[in-house]
Design a protein around this ligand. Structure first.
Ligand code: SF4
Length: 356
């Protein structure tokens, strides 16, 4: 068991590393910017929290969040951090918010919960999901903080809830109930999974050291946010299209792929510029038997200050104008004037028409 316990996977990573331990050892080549991924989720989370506090109803992206608001009431914790100690099997509140885990001990795995409601003799932990891949409440992402919170509160009853829209945009609240026996089962299960994870990751490290391919365990929910996708043997076929090398992505082939992709990306803008200049020089239009290519002047509006523009939209129109990000055409339709935050740029681009 060579793995250091000082940086334990957080609750949100536990399901993946338990399902596919190799994902925690394979090289992480992700360009993942968590703030980009979590932006729509954070926006939704903040909007729901705001509505709950103000007693308003809210629809985001076509989903009516009333069932969640009814459950939340106005007394709940949001975005707070809890830790579960794998060795001592004790839980505690870190007293921080929003993934601030710097005060965690070396054997603690941490989680940031979405919403926590504490009743007299039980608690409810709610996780808000917005993705289409349906998540069930028995995920380790919830089981780990359930243990931590129960221990911190000294309670033996709780409900883990996933609030997630289904494909028809109806918000579903999926529940898993815990009692003392259930907490004991999950505790033992977590310890067993953890030991297996340590053994497996040690084995995968050894396999990689020998230059061989480790076994991986792909599944859509697990692979979607995996940082090791680029180095995963299961993904080699997709990358073979770029590298022409149908083997697992090694350091060398990955580098080769990036170099080739980088060259194409660098070349494309130059090529576009050249073709534009060439088409203008030929009178703004070139045509063969099947296609006409012409230069179009396009005026585009850009938002200069997203935060200020967002604040200028009345709360009740937010969902209609900025379900994920601000859409100016929707602001026009809703009669909300954002011209103060708009800059207009004119660009020339090539369009292609099919000629009969
Ligand atoms: S992409 Fe999927 S199968 Fe590959 S390492 Fe990640 S989780 Fe495992």
């Amino acid at each position: 068991m060579s793995k250091s316990l000082s940086k334990l996977p957080s609750g949100s990573r536990l399901q993946r590393v338990f399902d596919c331990p190799a994902s925690d050892v394979l090289p992480d080549y992700s360009q993942h910017d968590s703030t980009v991924h979590s932006k729509p989720g954070s926006f939704r989370h903040d909007a729901v929290e705001n509505a709950a506090i103000k007693g308003l109803s809210i629809t985001v992206d076509g989903v009516d969040y009333s069932p969640l608001l009814a459950r939340l009431g106005s007394k709940f914790e949001s975005e707070t951090c809890y830790a579960w100690n794998i060795v001592t099997q004790k839980g505690r509140s870190l007293g921080t918010k929003d993934r601030e885990y710097s005060g965690a001990d070396e054997n603690e795995s941490c989680s940031t919960i979405d919403y926590l409601i504490v009743h007299d003799d039980y608690f409810e932990l709610i996780d808000l999901k917005s993705g289409y891949i349906q998540i069930e409440p028995d995920t380790w992402q919830l089981k780990q903080p359930m243990l931590a919170i129960a221990d911190h509160l000294g309670m033996s009853k709780g409900i883990a809830i996933i609030a997630q829209p289904d494909r028809d945009k109806v918000l579903q609240l999926k529940e898993q109930h815990y009692d003392a026996m259930m907490f004991d089962i999950v505790k033992v299960d977590l310890k067993n999974n953890w030991d297996n994870y340590l053994d497996q990751t040690a084995e995968v490290s050894e396999i990689l050291r020998m230059g061989l391919q480790p076994k991986v365990n792909p599944s859509p929910g697990t692979c979607h946010f995996c940082p090791a996708q680029l180095s995963c043997p299961d993904r080699s076929e997709a990358f073979a299209m770029i590298t022409g090398d149908n083997t697992a992505m090694t350091n060398t082939t990955l580098l080769d792929a990036i170099v080739k992709l980088g060259k194409i990306e660098q070349a494309l803008p130059k090529l576009k510029k050249y073709l534009l200049a060439e088409t203008i020089a030929r009178g703004g239009e070139v045509e063969d038997d099947t296609h006409k290519i012409y230069v179009a002047n396009t005026k585009r509006r850009y938002i200069t200050d997203e935060a200020k523009a967002l604040a200028a939209i009345p709360f009740e129109q937010l969902d209609k104008i900025a379900p994920r990000r601000i859409k100016l055409s929707l602001a026009d339709k809703q009669g909300v004037d954002l011209s103060e935050f708009i800059e207009v740029k004119e660009t020339q681009s090539l369009k292609v028409k099919t000629v009969k």
